[in-house]
Design a binder for this molecule. Structure first.
Ligand SMILES: [Zn+2]
Length: 96
């Protein structure tokens, strides 16, 4: 009997360690966990800054519906700009 009780306790502790309320960032080079505010319809990744639209399977289980294109496009453009400017800067220095 004691053994059965131990098994039950083991299953309960396993359930508690499951990551409810978290989603994984869809940025392939990031993949960090995002913890959306309960009931929110979008969440921002604290690591890479990309934003995602969230829907809730149930009050504790969020899923990513898709990326917020305006924000992610802006991030991509800013990065492109940085790279382009860095190349121009390198050209100027190299040209002299
Ligand atoms: Zn991310």
């Amino acid at each position: 009997m004691a053994r059965e009780e131990n098994q039950l306790t083991g299953q309960e502790s396993l359930q508690q360690t499951r990551t409810f309320g978290k989603v994984r960032c869809h940025n392939p080079s990031c993949m960090e966990r995002i913890v959306p505010e309960p009931g929110t319809d979008h969440a921002k990744c604290a690591t890479c800054g990309m934003e995602f639209r969230i829907f809730w399977v149930n009050p504790k289980l969020p899923r990513i519906r898709g990326p917020v294109w305006d924000v992610n496009r802006k991030i991509a453009q800013d990065r492109f700009k940085e790279v382009t400017e860095a190349k121009l800067e390198a050209k100027k220095k190299g040209g002299k």
